[in-house]
Design a protein around this ligand. Structure first.
Ligand code: HEM
Length: 185
């Protein structure tokens, strides 16, 4: 569609840039949220049962999993446009800053027990999709995918369980996730 509708307006480099952005931002994120989210629910069976059996719990569960897992560990670097100070730290115009989204999402000032996964805790707010003008473009699609996939998977495989040596995690990647997880059902 990009080539058909904008073929003469965009360069090959721009096309590659858009395609790889959408591959990483649009696929790696949701794929890894589904894997890690499933593991998180399997490790919290009481909460898994709520997601499987109570349609009203699916939406809050997706938000809590987004917050608790925070799979995008930092957004892109941000350029400071004027001298400022945050929590006693002076930051000068022109400097680059990286933000830790997991640290923000588990800030004890939000909730004392922010390290705990609790899908019934009620809206707590999170920055798993970033914040401001670069807030995730695909957030509605990502939410829709997860709201459909988690209950569908858990209803289809009610006996789903982790087997083998346990799951293996990515050691480092812009998007956190699993490298493998053996399951039985
Ligand atoms: C669970 C799934 C997802 C998570 C956790 C996530 C997270 C994020 C975060 C944290 C940012 C902000 C980066 C920053 O501030 O620099 C972002 C931006 C973005 N996301 Fe997502 N994302 C997800 C799914 C998707 C999907 C499905 C798409 C597209 C189909 C998408 C497309 C984008 C794009 C294009 C941006 C850049 C927006 C901009 O810079 O203006 N994301 N995402």
């Amino acid at each position: 569609m990009l080539v058909r509708e904008h073929g003469d307006d965009i360069t090959t480099d721009e096309l590659i840039g858009v395609a790889s952005l959408l591959l990483i931002a649009g696929h790696e994120t949701t794929a890894n949220m589904l894997g890690l989210g499933t593991l998180a629910l399997l490790r919290h069976p009481d909460q898994l049962a709520l997601v499987r059996d109570d349609p009203a719990m699916v939406e809050p569960a997706v938000e809590e999993l987004l917050r608790w897992l925070s799979i995008v560990h930092s957004g892109t670097a941000k350029l400071v446009t004027e001298d400022t100070e945050i929590a006693g730290q002076k930051i000068r115009e022109g400097e680059l800053v990286m933000l830790s989204l997991p640290a923000a999402n588990r800030d004890p000032e939000l909730r004392a027990d922010a390290d705990r996964l609790d899908i019934a805790r009620g809206a707590m707010g999170h920055v798993a999709f970033g914040h401001g003008i670069h807030h995730c473009l695909g957030a509605p699609l990502a939410r829709m995918e997860m709201r459909i996939a988690f209950p569908a998977l858990l209803q289809r495989f009610p006996d789903l369980r982790v087997t083998g040596d346990g799951p293996a995690f990515r050691s480092f990647n812009v998007i956190y996730g699993l490298t493998s997880m053996e399951v039985a059902w």
